[in-house]
Design a protein around this ligand. Sequence first.
Ligand code: BMA
Length: 319
Amino acid sequence: MPNFELQKKANELFTRYGGNPILTPEDWPYAVNAVMNPAAIKINNETLILARVEDMRGFSHLTVARSADGFTNWQIDSEPTMEADHSNREERWGLEDPRIIWLEEQKQYAITYTSFSEGGPVVSLAITKNFKTFARLGVLLPPEDKDACLFPRRFRGRFVLIHRPIVRGEAHIWLSFSPDLKHWGDHTMLIPSRHAYWDCHRVGLACQPVETPQGWLMFYHGVRNTTAGALYRLGLVLLDLNEPWKVLRRGDEWILGPRELYEQVGDVGGVIFPSGVTVSKETDQLNLYYGAADCTIAVATAKMSDIMNYIMSCPEVSS
Ligand code: BMA
Protein backbone atom coordinates (compact mmCIF):
# COMPACT_ATOMS: atom_id res chain seq x y z
CA MET A 1 0.00 0.00 0.00
CA PRO A 2 1.28 3.48 -0.75
CA ASN A 3 1.67 5.86 2.16
CA PHE A 4 -1.07 8.35 1.21
CA GLU A 5 -0.09 10.87 3.88
CA LEU A 6 3.46 11.00 2.51
CA GLN A 7 2.16 11.24 -1.07
CA LYS A 8 0.04 14.24 -0.11
CA LYS A 9 3.07 15.88 1.51
CA ALA A 10 5.20 15.19 -1.59
CA ASN A 11 2.56 16.69 -3.85
CA GLU A 12 2.28 19.89 -1.81
CA LEU A 13 5.96 20.71 -1.30
CA PHE A 14 6.41 23.08 -4.25
CA THR A 15 4.42 26.14 -5.37
CA ARG A 16 4.95 27.33 -8.92
CA TYR A 17 5.70 31.04 -9.28
CA GLY A 18 2.63 32.85 -10.67
CA GLY A 19 4.74 34.67 -13.29
CA ASN A 20 6.06 31.46 -14.89
CA PRO A 21 7.74 31.03 -17.25
CA ILE A 22 10.27 33.57 -15.99
CA LEU A 23 12.50 33.47 -19.08
CA THR A 24 11.50 32.69 -22.66
CA PRO A 25 13.21 32.89 -26.08
CA GLU A 26 11.33 36.18 -26.65
CA ASP A 27 13.15 37.74 -23.66
CA TRP A 28 16.56 37.00 -25.20
CA PRO A 29 18.63 39.90 -26.55
CA TYR A 30 19.50 37.87 -29.66
CA ALA A 31 17.59 35.33 -31.79
CA VAL A 32 17.31 31.88 -30.20
CA ASN A 33 15.04 28.87 -30.43
CA ALA A 34 14.81 27.88 -26.77
CA VAL A 35 16.14 28.66 -23.28
CA MET A 36 16.12 25.93 -20.66
CA ASN A 37 17.83 23.82 -18.00
CA PRO A 38 19.59 26.58 -16.02
CA ALA A 39 22.26 26.34 -13.36
CA ALA A 40 21.50 28.77 -10.52
CA ILE A 41 23.46 30.22 -7.61
CA LYS A 42 23.21 33.23 -5.28
CA ILE A 43 26.10 35.69 -5.51
CA ASN A 44 26.04 38.75 -3.21
CA ASN A 45 22.27 38.69 -2.80
CA GLU A 46 21.76 38.42 -6.53
CA THR A 47 20.53 35.28 -8.28
CA LEU A 48 22.70 34.26 -11.22
CA ILE A 49 21.46 31.69 -13.64
CA LEU A 50 23.48 30.14 -16.43
CA ALA A 51 20.92 29.08 -19.01
CA ARG A 52 21.26 26.56 -21.79
CA VAL A 53 20.35 28.47 -24.93
CA GLU A 54 19.59 26.61 -28.16
CA ASP A 55 20.28 28.40 -31.43
CA MET A 56 18.52 27.78 -34.73
CA ARG A 57 21.07 25.20 -35.83
CA GLY A 58 19.98 23.11 -32.84
CA PHE A 59 23.30 23.70 -31.01
CA SER A 60 23.44 25.09 -27.48
CA HIS A 61 25.63 27.57 -25.59
CA LEU A 62 25.41 29.02 -22.08
CA THR A 63 24.32 32.55 -21.17
CA VAL A 64 24.17 34.36 -17.82
CA ALA A 65 21.04 36.16 -16.55
CA ARG A 66 20.94 38.02 -13.22
CA SER A 67 18.04 39.14 -11.02
CA ALA A 68 17.90 40.87 -7.61
CA ASP A 69 14.83 38.92 -6.43
CA GLY A 70 15.33 35.70 -8.40
CA PHE A 71 11.98 36.08 -10.19
CA THR A 72 11.83 39.31 -12.17
CA ASN A 73 13.89 41.93 -14.05
CA TRP A 74 16.47 39.55 -15.43
CA GLN A 75 19.54 41.20 -16.91
CA ILE A 76 20.63 38.89 -19.69
CA ASP A 77 24.17 39.01 -21.14
CA SER A 78 23.90 40.64 -24.58
CA GLU A 79 25.80 37.79 -26.24
CA PRO A 80 26.60 34.15 -25.41
CA THR A 81 28.58 33.99 -22.13
CA MET A 82 30.20 30.63 -22.74
CA GLU A 83 30.35 29.13 -26.20
CA ALA A 84 31.73 25.87 -27.51
CA ASP A 85 35.48 25.97 -27.92
CA HIS A 86 35.78 25.09 -31.58
CA SER A 87 39.39 23.94 -31.25
CA ASN A 88 37.95 21.24 -29.03
CA ARG A 89 36.42 18.39 -31.04
CA GLU A 90 34.30 17.19 -28.11
CA GLU A 91 32.33 20.47 -28.18
CA ARG A 92 31.52 20.63 -31.89
CA TRP A 93 27.79 20.32 -31.28
CA GLY A 94 27.68 22.73 -28.35
CA LEU A 95 27.37 22.94 -24.56
CA GLU A 96 24.34 21.86 -22.52
CA ASP A 97 22.78 21.58 -19.06
CA PRO A 98 25.25 23.30 -16.67
CA ARG A 99 25.41 23.08 -12.86
CA ILE A 100 27.34 25.48 -10.64
CA ILE A 101 28.91 25.17 -7.20
CA TRP A 102 31.30 27.39 -5.22
CA LEU A 103 34.55 25.42 -4.87
CA GLU A 104 35.71 26.39 -1.39
CA GLU A 105 39.37 25.40 -1.82
CA GLN A 106 39.86 27.19 -5.17
CA LYS A 107 37.72 30.18 -4.16
CA GLN A 108 36.15 29.92 -7.60
CA TYR A 109 32.91 28.72 -9.14
CA ALA A 110 32.98 25.31 -10.80
CA ILE A 111 30.70 24.74 -13.79
CA THR A 112 30.06 21.20 -14.94
CA TYR A 113 28.29 20.90 -18.27
CA THR A 114 27.70 18.51 -21.15
CA SER A 115 29.91 18.88 -24.22
CA PHE A 116 28.32 17.45 -27.34
CA SER A 117 29.81 16.02 -30.55
CA GLU A 118 29.44 13.00 -32.81
CA GLY A 119 31.49 11.20 -30.14
CA GLY A 120 28.51 11.42 -27.78
CA PRO A 121 27.79 13.55 -24.71
CA VAL A 122 30.58 13.97 -22.17
CA VAL A 123 30.92 15.88 -18.91
CA SER A 124 33.31 18.86 -18.89
CA LEU A 125 34.53 21.22 -16.18
CA ALA A 126 35.29 24.94 -16.24
CA ILE A 127 36.14 27.26 -13.36
CA THR A 128 35.58 30.98 -13.11
CA LYS A 129 35.76 33.87 -10.67
CA ASN A 130 33.49 36.26 -12.52
CA PHE A 131 31.38 34.43 -15.17
CA LYS A 132 33.22 36.45 -17.83
CA THR A 133 36.43 34.47 -18.27
CA PHE A 134 36.56 30.71 -17.83
CA ALA A 135 39.42 28.26 -17.33
CA ARG A 136 38.42 25.13 -19.24
CA LEU A 137 39.66 22.00 -17.51
CA GLY A 138 38.33 19.72 -20.24
CA VAL A 139 36.42 16.45 -20.44
CA LEU A 140 36.32 14.44 -17.19
CA LEU A 141 35.08 10.99 -18.21
CA PRO A 142 34.32 9.06 -21.43
CA PRO A 143 30.87 9.05 -23.16
CA GLU A 144 27.97 8.68 -22.78
CA ASP A 145 27.82 10.85 -19.70
CA LYS A 146 25.69 13.82 -18.53
CA ASP A 147 24.12 15.52 -15.50
CA ALA A 148 27.26 16.14 -13.48
CA CYS A 149 28.16 18.30 -10.49
CA LEU A 150 31.01 18.46 -8.00
CA PHE A 151 30.53 18.71 -4.27
CA PRO A 152 31.91 22.03 -2.99
CA ARG A 153 34.73 20.41 -0.97
CA ARG A 154 36.88 17.31 -0.66
CA PHE A 155 35.90 14.23 1.31
CA ARG A 156 38.78 12.17 2.77
CA GLY A 157 41.15 14.21 0.62
CA ARG A 158 39.36 13.72 -2.70
CA PHE A 159 36.94 15.65 -4.88
CA VAL A 160 33.68 13.84 -5.59
CA LEU A 161 31.79 14.09 -8.87
CA ILE A 162 28.14 13.15 -9.33
CA HIS A 163 27.48 12.08 -12.92
CA ARG A 164 25.21 9.95 -15.05
CA PRO A 165 26.61 7.47 -17.56
CA ILE A 166 24.20 5.76 -19.95
CA VAL A 167 24.13 2.00 -20.37
CA ARG A 168 21.85 0.03 -22.74
CA GLY A 169 19.81 3.24 -23.14
CA GLU A 170 19.07 3.29 -19.43
CA ALA A 171 20.87 5.35 -16.82
CA HIS A 172 21.81 5.44 -13.15
CA ILE A 173 23.59 8.07 -11.05
CA TRP A 174 27.28 7.39 -10.29
CA LEU A 175 30.06 8.96 -8.21
CA SER A 176 33.73 9.25 -9.17
CA PHE A 177 36.67 10.44 -7.06
CA SER A 178 39.74 12.54 -7.86
CA PRO A 179 42.76 13.95 -6.01
CA ASP A 180 43.25 16.80 -8.53
CA LEU A 181 40.04 17.36 -10.58
CA LYS A 182 41.78 15.68 -13.52
CA HIS A 183 42.26 11.99 -12.80
CA TRP A 184 39.06 10.19 -11.84
CA GLY A 185 38.59 6.71 -10.38
CA ASP A 186 36.90 4.45 -7.83
CA HIS A 187 33.68 4.83 -9.85
CA THR A 188 30.68 3.64 -7.90
CA MET A 189 26.94 3.60 -8.47
CA LEU A 190 25.00 5.90 -6.14
CA ILE A 191 21.31 5.87 -7.21
CA PRO A 192 19.88 3.23 -9.56
CA SER A 193 16.71 3.73 -11.56
CA ARG A 194 13.82 1.72 -10.08
CA HIS A 195 12.00 -0.93 -12.03
CA ALA A 196 8.25 -0.15 -12.46
CA TYR A 197 8.40 3.19 -10.59
CA TRP A 198 8.05 6.70 -12.10
CA ASP A 199 11.88 6.76 -12.31
CA CYS A 200 12.18 3.36 -14.01
CA HIS A 201 14.05 4.22 -17.21
CA ARG A 202 16.59 6.88 -16.28
CA VAL A 203 17.68 8.90 -13.31
CA GLY A 204 20.08 11.85 -13.38
CA LEU A 205 21.19 14.62 -11.05
CA ALA A 206 18.88 17.67 -11.10
CA CYS A 207 20.38 20.65 -9.17
CA GLN A 208 23.67 21.02 -7.34
CA PRO A 209 23.62 19.19 -3.97
CA VAL A 210 22.30 21.27 -1.03
CA GLU A 211 24.12 21.00 2.29
CA THR A 212 21.97 20.67 5.43
CA PRO A 213 22.81 19.56 9.00
CA GLN A 214 21.04 16.23 8.29
CA GLY A 215 22.98 15.53 5.09
CA TRP A 216 23.16 16.51 1.40
CA LEU A 217 19.81 17.00 -0.28
CA MET A 218 20.09 15.66 -3.78
CA PHE A 219 17.28 16.43 -6.20
CA TYR A 220 17.24 14.14 -9.23
CA HIS A 221 15.15 13.72 -12.32
CA GLY A 222 13.47 10.42 -13.06
CA VAL A 223 12.31 9.35 -16.50
CA ARG A 224 9.51 7.02 -17.51
CA ASN A 225 9.12 6.25 -21.21
CA THR A 226 5.50 6.18 -22.33
CA THR A 227 3.76 5.70 -25.68
CA ALA A 228 3.50 9.53 -25.85
CA GLY A 229 7.21 10.11 -25.11
CA ALA A 230 9.33 10.42 -21.99
CA LEU A 231 8.02 11.98 -18.75
CA TYR A 232 10.64 13.88 -16.70
CA ARG A 233 9.81 14.37 -13.02
CA LEU A 234 11.67 15.34 -9.86
CA GLY A 235 12.66 13.11 -6.94
CA LEU A 236 14.66 13.54 -3.75
CA VAL A 237 17.31 11.62 -1.82
CA LEU A 238 19.38 12.43 1.27
CA LEU A 239 23.10 11.61 1.29
CA ASP A 240 25.36 11.32 4.33
CA LEU A 241 26.99 14.66 5.19
CA ASN A 242 30.55 13.34 5.65
CA GLU A 243 30.36 10.28 3.42
CA PRO A 244 28.09 11.34 0.54
CA TRP A 245 28.54 7.95 -1.14
CA LYS A 246 26.05 6.68 1.48
CA VAL A 247 22.38 7.17 0.58
CA LEU A 248 20.37 7.68 3.77
CA ARG A 249 16.83 8.17 2.44
CA ARG A 250 15.00 8.09 -0.88
CA GLY A 251 11.45 9.23 -1.59
CA ASP A 252 9.13 6.72 -3.26
CA GLU A 253 7.17 9.40 -5.11
CA TRP A 254 8.03 12.31 -7.38
CA ILE A 255 7.74 15.75 -5.80
CA LEU A 256 7.21 17.83 -8.94
CA GLY A 257 6.08 16.80 -12.41
CA PRO A 258 4.84 18.40 -15.64
CA ARG A 259 1.33 19.80 -15.08
CA GLU A 260 1.04 23.38 -16.36
CA LEU A 261 0.60 24.19 -20.04
CA TYR A 262 4.14 25.57 -20.35
CA GLU A 263 5.42 22.22 -19.04
CA GLN A 264 3.19 20.17 -21.35
CA VAL A 265 3.63 22.09 -24.58
CA GLY A 266 6.96 22.99 -26.13
CA ASP A 267 9.76 21.40 -28.13
CA VAL A 268 9.64 18.43 -25.76
CA GLY A 269 6.36 18.36 -23.80
CA GLY A 270 6.07 16.50 -20.50
CA VAL A 271 9.51 17.63 -19.32
CA ILE A 272 10.47 19.56 -16.22
CA PHE A 273 14.25 19.66 -15.89
CA PRO A 274 15.44 21.34 -12.66
CA SER A 275 19.17 22.09 -12.71
CA GLY A 276 19.67 24.98 -10.27
CA VAL A 277 18.61 25.82 -6.74
CA THR A 278 19.05 28.71 -4.33
CA VAL A 279 18.29 28.61 -0.60
CA SER A 280 17.65 31.49 1.79
CA LYS A 281 18.23 30.43 5.40
CA GLU A 282 16.66 33.68 6.69
CA THR A 283 13.35 33.13 4.92
CA ASP A 284 13.43 29.29 4.90
CA GLN A 285 12.81 29.45 1.15
CA LEU A 286 14.17 27.25 -1.59
CA ASN A 287 13.89 28.39 -5.22
CA LEU A 288 14.05 25.62 -7.78
CA TYR A 289 14.90 26.69 -11.35
CA TYR A 290 13.91 24.37 -14.15
CA GLY A 291 13.60 24.02 -17.88
CA ALA A 292 9.97 23.58 -18.98
CA ALA A 293 9.23 21.48 -22.08
CA ASP A 294 12.79 22.19 -23.36
CA CYS A 295 11.62 25.73 -24.29
CA THR A 296 11.49 28.12 -21.33
CA ILE A 297 12.73 28.58 -17.76
CA ALA A 298 10.41 28.42 -14.75
CA VAL A 299 10.77 28.55 -10.97
CA ALA A 300 8.96 26.84 -8.11
CA THR A 301 9.43 27.55 -4.41
CA ALA A 302 9.29 25.40 -1.29
CA LYS A 303 9.96 25.80 2.41
CA MET A 304 13.28 24.21 3.36
CA SER A 305 11.71 23.00 6.61
CA ASP A 306 8.93 21.20 4.64
CA ILE A 307 11.51 19.59 2.36
CA MET A 308 13.51 18.39 5.37
CA ASN A 309 10.42 17.05 7.15
CA TYR A 310 9.42 15.25 3.99
CA ILE A 311 12.78 13.59 3.30
CA MET A 312 13.20 12.61 6.98
CA SER A 313 9.89 10.76 6.78
CA CYS A 314 10.91 8.92 3.57
CA PRO A 315 12.12 5.32 3.70
CA GLU A 316 15.68 4.68 4.89
CA VAL A 317 17.98 3.12 2.31
CA SER A 318 20.03 0.18 3.49
CA SER A 319 23.42 -0.04 1.79
C1 BMA B 1 17.82 14.96 -21.62
C2 BMA B 1 18.74 16.15 -21.75
C3 BMA B 1 18.05 17.45 -21.40
C4 BMA B 1 16.66 17.55 -21.95
C5 BMA B 1 15.87 16.29 -21.66
C6 BMA B 1 14.45 16.29 -22.20
O1 BMA B 1 18.40 13.83 -22.21
O2 BMA B 1 19.23 16.20 -23.05
O3 BMA B 1 18.82 18.51 -21.90
O4 BMA B 1 16.01 18.64 -21.32
O5 BMA B 1 16.57 15.19 -22.23
O6 BMA B 1 14.42 16.44 -23.60
